[in-house]
Design a protein around this ligand. Structure first.
Ligand SMILES: CC(C)(COP(=O)(O)OP(=O)(O)OC[C@H]1O[C@@H](n2cnc3c(N)ncnc32)[C@H](O)[C@@H]1OP(=O)(O)O)[C@@H](O)C(=O)NCCC(=O)NCCS
Length: 211
C-alpha cells in the first residue's frame, strides 16, 4: 500500500508537530489536466525553474506556452499520440494544484516504455516548483500520478532518477519504489537509478479533462 504523506500542506517540516490541527496535504491539493484556469500560475512555475537555472523537468516544461490555447492543444495531442516526434510515445501531463489555484508541480506520464525510456526517463517524470519544495508535494504528485497511471491501464511503472538526486530518490521510495538497477550513463555523466513501482488499483478517478 502506498504510504500517505504525513505532512500538513504549506507547513514547514518543523511545524509537523502541529500537523494534527492542519489539513493533510492530500486534502488541499489535486491533480488536474492542463487547464487555462491555471495559466498564470503555470507560467510562473516555469519562470521559477528558468530564473534558478534549473533543468526543465519534466521535459514538457520546455513546451512553448506563449499561445496558451495552442499549448493546451499540444498537450491534448500528446496524450492522444498525435503529432509526436519519432521515437516518442503518447504522454499525458498533469498539474498538482492547491486551493488557491496555484500550480505546485507538473508530472508527465508516458503511456508505454521504449528502450530509451527504459534506460532513462521511465514512465513518470515530475517536478515541483522550487519555492514549494520540501513540503511533501513531490511525494504527493508522484502518488497522484500513480493513480493516473492506473487509470491509463498501467499495473506497474518504471521511474528513474539520478543517484545524486536525493529528494527524488526519497520521493520514489516513499511511493513504494523498489530499486531495480543502477547504471553509469556517460552521456549524462552520472549514475541513474531505475525503480519499479507496483500500482494498487485506483479507487478514485480524477477529472481527466483533456487528457
Ligand atoms: C524531486 C522533487 C520533485 C522533490 O520535490 P519536493 O516537493 O521537495 O519533495 P518532498 O517535499 O515530497 O520530499 C520528498 C523527500 O525528499 C526529501 N528531500 C526534499 N528535499 C531534499 C533535499 N534538498 N535534500 C535531501 N532530501 C530532500 C524529503 O525529506 C522527503 O523525504 P522524507 O519523506 O524521507 O522526509 C523536487 O526536488 C524537484 O522538482 N526537483 C527538480 C526536478 C526533478 O529532479 N525531478 C525528479 C526527476 S527524477
Amino acid at each position: 500500500m502506498l504510504r500517505q504523506p504525513a505532512l500538513a500542506a504549506s507547513a514547514p517540516r518543523s511545524a509537523q508537530t502541529i500537523g494534527a490541527t492542519l489539513p493533510q496535504i492530500s486534502q488541499v491539493v489535486e491533480l488536474v489536466a492542463p487547464n487555462v484556469a491555471f495559466r498564470d500560475s503555470y507560467r510562473n512555475l516555469v519562470a521559477e525553474f528558468v530564473e534558478r537555472g534549473e533543468k526543465l523537468v519534466p521535459f514538457v516544461l520546455g513546451f512553448d506556452h506563449a499561445d496558451f490555447d495552442a499549448f493546451l492543444e499540444r498537450m491534448l495531442a500528446c496524450s492522444r499520440g498525435a503529432g509526436l516526434p519519432a521515437g516518442f510515445v503518447p504522454h499525458s501531463t498533469f498539474w498538482l494544484v492547491d486551493r488557491n489555484a496555484r500550480v505546485l508541480g507538473v508530472s508527465s506520464i508516458r503511456h508505454s516504455l521504449t528502450p530509451a525510456l527504459r534506460r532513462e526517463g521511465g514512465n513518470i517524470g515530475y517536478g515541483v516548483r522550487p519555492s514549494a519544495r520540501g513540503a511533501g508535494f513531490g511525494v504527493e504528485i508522484l502518488r497522484h500520478s500513480l493513480r493516473q497511471a492506473a487509470l491509463l491501464g498501467l499495473g506497474s511503472v518504471l521511474v528513474t532518477c539520478g543517484k545524486g538526486n536525493i529528494a527524488s530518490g526519497k520521493t520514489i521510495l516513499r511511493n513504494g519504489g523498489v530499486l531495480q538497477s543502477e547504471e553509469y550513463l556517460p552521456d549524462r555523466g552520472e549514475v541513474v537509478q531505475r525503480y519499479g513501482i507496483e500500482i494498487a488499483p485506483s479507487g478514485r478517478a480524477y477529472p481527466l479533462g483533456q487528457c
